[in-house]
Design a protein around this ligand. Structure first.
Ligand SMILES: NC(=O)c1ccc[n+]([C@@H]2O[C@H](COP(=O)([O-])OP(=O)(O)OC[C@H]3O[C@@H](n4cnc5c(N)ncnc54)[C@H](O)[C@@H]3O)[C@@H](O)[C@H]2O)c1
Length: 237
């Protein structure tokens, strides 16, 4: 049975990714800070782990002998205005979105290098490639932040680093940049977001899952270092 690790497994996307991989026959280590809602089963092992804690990440990996897939999905944002940003907030987002993905990748690559390879998918964002348009957020208080964008741009860059340095070990690293995924946002925001999106709708988790399954498929053997925007054309204007 192929083994996968998914971080942020308790979140909106992580949950669906875990289910999707289990349906494809994977055994999944479902990693999150909160695992109460993740069911323990023959195919899912919930792992309570702070991916920014180097020692705990190493402890977790010491129990893993083989690994086929790593999905670096855990990510956080911050919604206070740029002028009010504290160093603590800034560092927290950097730590989860970049350091956490780095630590999980570092340990995974050690295992994958000693086997026949593996596949790593980083969940970035369209806001790693373009800035957010504050006009669509109105007074929702959910406008995207500079540090979120910077970390997602960093994750796309780290994807290229890992692809170029570990491709020779048959380790493929790619990223997915989701556009906005519908999650009961305000009607105003949804209307504005749809107007800006060529396909005139927000994304669904299923839209991302199909791309994720493509990237980890055995048939996808030569796609490496790519960032695939799954955004209804948002970045294409
Ligand atoms: N949902 C969207 O519209 C959207 C759009 C673009 C990109 N993304 C990206 O997709 C990924 C998943 O997003 P989501 O909407 O499912 O988010 P979410 O908030 O629903 O889930 C994120 C999960 O990460 C976990 N997490 C946070 N810090 C952690 C840590 N230190 N260690 C372990 N787990 C930790 C949280 O507990 C949470 O369960 C994120 O990287 C996000 O930036 C989401």
């Amino acid at each position: 049975m192929k083994k996968a690790i998914i971080t942020g497994a308790n979140g909106q996307l992580g949950n669906a990714f875990v289910e999707g991989l289990v349906k494809k026959g994977y055994f999944v280590y479902a990693v999150d800070l909160n695992i109460e809602n993740i069911k323990d089963s023959d195919n899912i092992k919930p792992i309570r782990l702070d991916i920014t804690d180097e020692t705990k990440v190493h402890d977790f990996f010491s129990s893993i002998q083989n690994l086929d897939v790593l999905i670096n999905n855990a990510g956080i944002g911050v919604f206070t205005p740029f002028e009010d940003r504290t160093a603590t907030e800034f560092k927290k987002v950097m730590e989860v979105n970049l350091l956490g993905a780095f630590l999980m990748s570092q340990s995974s690559i050690k295992i994958m290098k000693n086997s026949s390879g593996g596949k790593i998918v980083n969940i970035a964002s369209i806001y790693g490639s373009t800035s957010s348009d504050e006009r669509i957020y109105g007074d929702s208080g959910r406008n995207n932040s500079e540090v979120y964008s910077a970390t997602k741009a960093g994750l796309i860059s780290m994807t290229q680093y890992m692809a170029t340095h570990f491709g020779k070990f048959n380790i493929q690293t790619n990223s997915i940049s989701p556009g906005g995924i519908y999650n009961q946002q305000s009607a105003d925001f949804v209307k504005n977001y749809e107007y800006k999106t060529p396909m005139h709708r927000m994304g669904k988790v299923q839209d991302l899952l199909s791309t994720l399954l493509y990237l980890i498929s055995e048939d996808t053997a030569y796609t490496n270092g790519q960032d695939i925007a799954v955004d209804g054309g948002f970045l294409a204007w």
